[in-house]
Design a protein around this ligand. Structure first.
Ligand code: MAN
Ligand code: CA
Length: 192
């Protein structure tokens, strides 16, 4: 029984052989992110083929690695975003630092689907998590860590109620949000 990705590869190989035979290769390879031969214009034919195949092979290997991480419940993928936890409960600044140290940031849902993905991790650990949202000193508004306005909110009933004393935001196990002091121990969930 061939896997789905094997079928894609076979289809790609077949397309590649056909287009070479007809000298009519499409601009797109049919795989997102992988340029077709037209996307490697200016390169000698043999190099373009080599790079195209190398990229397709890397994408297949990445797909396989991510599939294993998803299967093992280590990561959640939503579109281009990946959410993951180190399982640690720390204060807001430490949580943000550990995400940034590895090239990510604290997870902050920008829509319902992302909220659900982050909630799944909160439920998996049965621990409330800090979100990558905080109250701006100047504006007094809750924003993403980079200061941009929130695109999506999911406050628990009667929240936020901290009246400026609760400058961070935690996610409950039902996915709703509560403004909260920043010095509690909460689950770290990063976005990459
Ligand atoms: C506690 C804190 C507050 C929260 C209320 C809700 O006092 O967690 O942030 O708003 O509970 O009852
Ligand atoms: Ca509150």
């Amino acid at each position: 029984m061939l896997s789905y990705s094997s079928y894609i590869l076979i289809a790609l190989a077949a397309l590649s052989v056909t287009c070479h035979a007809l000298s009519k290769c499409p601009g797109a390879s049919g795989l997102p992110g992988i340029p077709g031969r037209d996307g490697l214009k200016g390169l000698p034919d043999s190099l373009a083929t080599k790079y195209h195949n190398a990229l397709a092979n890397l994408e297949r290997r990445l797909f396989r690695l991510e599939a294993v991480l998803v299967l093992n419940g280590k990561i959640r993928k939503v579109g281009e975003k990946v959410f993951a936890s180190n399982g640690k409960r720390v204060d807001f600044a430490s949580a943000l630092q550990s995400c940034e140290e590895v090239g990510g940031t604290l997870a902050a849902p920008t829509n319902e689907e992302e909220n659900k993905a982050i909630m799944d991790i909160v439920k998996q650990h049965n621990q409330y998590a800090y979100l990558g949202i905080r109250k701006g000193e100047a504006s007094g508004q809750f924003t993403y860590i980079n200061g941009t306005p929130l695109k999506y909110i999911n406050w628990h009933q009667h929240e936020p109620n901290g009246k400026g004393r609760e400058k961070c935001v935690e996610m409950y196990t039902d996915g709703t949000w509560n403004d909260k002091k920043c010095n509690m121990n909460r689950l770290t969930i990063c976005k990459f």
